[in-house]
Design a protein around this ligand. Sequence first.
Ligand code: SF4
Length: 330
Amino acid sequence: MSQTASEPLLAVEGLRVHFPIMRGVVLKRQAATVRAVDGISFSLNAGETLGLVGESGCGKSTTGLAVLRMLSVTEGSIRFEGHDITALDKSAMRPIRRRMQMVYQDPFGSLNPRMKVADIIGEPLVVHGLAEDRAAYRERVAELLRLVGLNAEMGGRYPHEFSGGQRQRIGIARALAVSPALVICDEPVSALDVSIQAQVVNLFQDVQARLGLAYLFIAHDLAVVRHISDRIAVMYLGKIVEVAPRQELYRRPQHPYTRALLAAVPIPNPRVEAGRAHQVLAGEVPSPINPPPGCRFHTRCPLATAACRVEEPVLRELSTGHHVACHLAG
Ligand code: SF4
């Protein structure tokens, strides 16, 4: 069945991604389970950007890989462009993978250093049989280089001849080669200098305005996703704890974890920043092998009550599109 007009581009329902930890040399047995993603639901419309934010280990990158079906889904469902892709095998996923691409954090690690940039960008065209002949291939590669702000002549060079920001542009061009509807951006600017980050975020926005793509934009802090996201979902230890339209989330954060993440975002004015009391999150993120009972955030939450230690809060809608999983919210 294909996507209906009212159906989102991507719909994730009750997604769980668990990894078994095996012990034993001869007789392997499952000793524990890592609950990397533990029951999350969200949707993404065509042309929309959803920021997915949380500390390292919260399950955001695992979510991205599961959506791309590069990881097996333990439970739940993933629908993309009207197709249930939850259990598709590699060959059934192949035509669908063309419509969903990934941009990685480390542009150098994801580019083959021995390939010329034109071949790196053009490779997906060959894999998916999208260039009619050599001339069409060359023209498409040149067009993609120009789209990401590079000269067509730069295609003859190797990745090491480019700066970090330029290499991320090459990674973006490669992702765009097959005309995806969704690009999963996994911390795409966090390895770049702060001065370059804004340029690359602007590029993502320009490309979206031209091509109407949707982005699932994964980041570990709320500063990076601020300008690019339409909506933002905050993840903690495998769960979404708050999701809201961007302005609403920054103006009226409801979950204590979101507030702590926002407090950690530096203010660009040095005088204001110097006089600011930072609310630092106490303690470490607990292990996803043995998450705390009740609210998973209770071990670090300054507002935790006795009920928080036993009762798990569910996501409740407090205002249009603003959902929070906290007993005290609202
Ligand atoms: Fe804190 Fe309790 Fe809310 Fe969890 S449910 S965030 S522990 S106040």
